[in-house]
Ligand binder design. Structure first.
Ligand code: TYD
Ligand code: MG
Length: 454
């Protein structure tokens, strides 16, 4: 039976039998996306099926449903469990996104080996459209993991993958990657929005019906987002994002969405020659290479997810050779850096107009917590003054446009993590709570700079 497809406008929903550059319904350009025409699939029997379905569906009083029926499946990695909200939920569908080379395949192969080892008679199915089975085997050997519980398939047709799942009845399925698989129902090429969406919906149905968790890997760049979380977000139960800076070995796994746990949880890994290692004490690791006597560095206490992290911020300020000075930042928002520089110039009396400014968050961790601001401003000033910040000092605080240091959440956790790591003087915004020891309360940026650099 030939399935009909239609083109539907992604902004107004207008449908047309042919692709059009501009939607006749709302006039939006490039918004028509191919999809399976639902009315063409077994039109005549639809009513009959509906009648059958009603006959077979039973509702259950919610009071009879056991909440613990859904036993979470541990992943063998505390860091991954945390991001998932305590393990994998049966029947859940999880999208793991991230730039190519981040280590998505590596992490999932490690997970597959563990999941496969849990249930002897139910292997873990690893489907790849990216690599050959030979390459997978080589990687497993390099990672030193047992391939016993893993069945692998090099397959790109979602229909055959569905058959495979039915046939092997695995305990977990990994599909690597969503950009390589296609459904026979659509003519558009692999990786197109229509294919990615249709394939995901097929896999979602399988996961829900069978109770088998399915993990889909997707190459998703943070800014690119082509056929990425934007179109899949609402279809999946969780979206995990793998982040890191190319030259660093640290990787951060974040939950951008999680139906079964809190979002913005964070897992930290280290990419080694034998795979990803969990980092349970990121602050210690991130501060271990710190050279406290260097000007231009400051320790900040940020919260990522629910976890306090102590990280070193580095800044280098040097006279520019260009008419437009350079501002380069890694791990810190570039727009915020511009703002901090303007505040320093205007409210802190620090001259940066004629200077190139480089800011780097050590470890390549992309910090989203604005409480890093004060530390960034201090590190920049320290580089300009060529004067190091005293040992044992950390910074917390968001900067406002008038140079005020704003309050931040979870001050107590930040301070106690800093104290735990031997930092005993924490410059932090005045808090309404009872006085915290080791805190130097600050309200504005300039007195902080005056106290540190005279
Ligand atoms: P990979 O898992 O293939 O990334 P992704 O699936 O996200 O594209 O990992 C890619 C990088 O990780 C690759 O450049 C090599 C490196 N790597 C290690 O450093 N150690 C290892 O044990 C493995 C398997 C990979
Ligand atoms: Mg890969």
């Amino acid at each position: 039976m030939k399935i009909r497809t239609v083109y539907r406008c992604s902004s107004c929903g207008h449908s047309a039998p042919k692709w059009m550059g501009r939607c006749p319904g709302c006039g939006t350009w490039e918004s028509m996306i191919e999809e399976v025409d639902a009315t063409s699939t077994a039109k005549g029997t639809a009513a009959k099926r509906r009648a059958q379905a009603v006959g077979s569906v039973l509702s259950t009083p919610l009071s009879d449903v056991q909440a613990d029926q859904a036993q979470r499946i541990p992943t063998g990695m505390v860091e991954l469990d945390r991001v998932l909200g305590g393990g994998l939920m049966p029947g859940s569908i999880v999208l793991v996104g991230g730039d190519p080379g981040m280590g998505k395949s590596t992490l999932m192969l490690q997970l597959a080996a563990y999941a496969g080892s849990l249930a002897a008679e139910r292997p873990c199915l690893y489907v790849t459209g990216e690599e050959s089975l030979h390459q997978i085997k080589q990687r497993a050997e390099r990672l030193g993991i047992s391939a016993n519980g893993i069945v692998a398939a090099s397959e790109t047709s979602v229909e055959r993958i569905a058959a495979l799942i039915e046939h092997t009845s695995p305990s977990l399925v990994v599909v690597d990657s969503v950009q390589t698989i296609t459904t026979d129902l659509l003519e558009s090429s692999a990786g197109s929005v229509a294919q990615v969406r249709e394939c995901t919906s097929v896999l979602t149905r399988i996961a829900k019906r069978s109770g088998i968790p399915i993990i889909i890997i997707g190459h998703v760049t943070k800014d690119g987002m082509i056929a990425g979380p934007k179109v899949l977000e609402h279809m999946v139960d969780a979206v995990l994002q793998f982040e890191g800076e190319g030259t660093y070995s640290y990787r951060v796994l974040r939950a951008l969405k999680n139906r079964y746990g809190s979002t913005n949880e964070l897992g930290v890994f280290d990419m080694t020659s034998t795979g990803l290692r969990e980092v349970h004490n990121p602050s210690e690791v991130l501060l271990s290479n710190r050279n406290a006597n260097e000007p231009g560095t400051a320790v900040v206490a940020v919260i990522e997810g629910t976890r306090p992290l102590l990280i070193e911020v580095q800044a280098l300020v040097s006279p520019t050779g260009f008419s437009m000075p350079q501002r380069v930042s890694t791990g810190y928002d570039a727009k915020r850096l511009q703002m901090i520089l303007a505040v320093l110039e205007k409210r802190g009396g620090v001259q940066v107009r004629q200077s190139d400014v480089f800011v780097n968050v050590a470890g390549g961790i992309a910090v989203q917590d604005p409480a890093i601001d004060l530390g960034v401003a201090v590190a920049i000033t320290s580089s300009i003054m060529d004067k190091p910040i005293p040992n044992g000092v950390a910074f917390v605080g968001e900067l406002g446009l008038t140079g005020e240091v704003r309050r931040v959440a979870y001050l107590e956790q930040r301070v106690s993590e800093a104290v735990r790591l031997g930092l005993d003087q924490i410059y932090a915004p005045k808090s309404g709570d009872a006085k915290l020891s080791n805190v130097v309360p600050v309200e504005r940026l300039s007195p902080v700079l005056a106290a540190l650099f005279g």
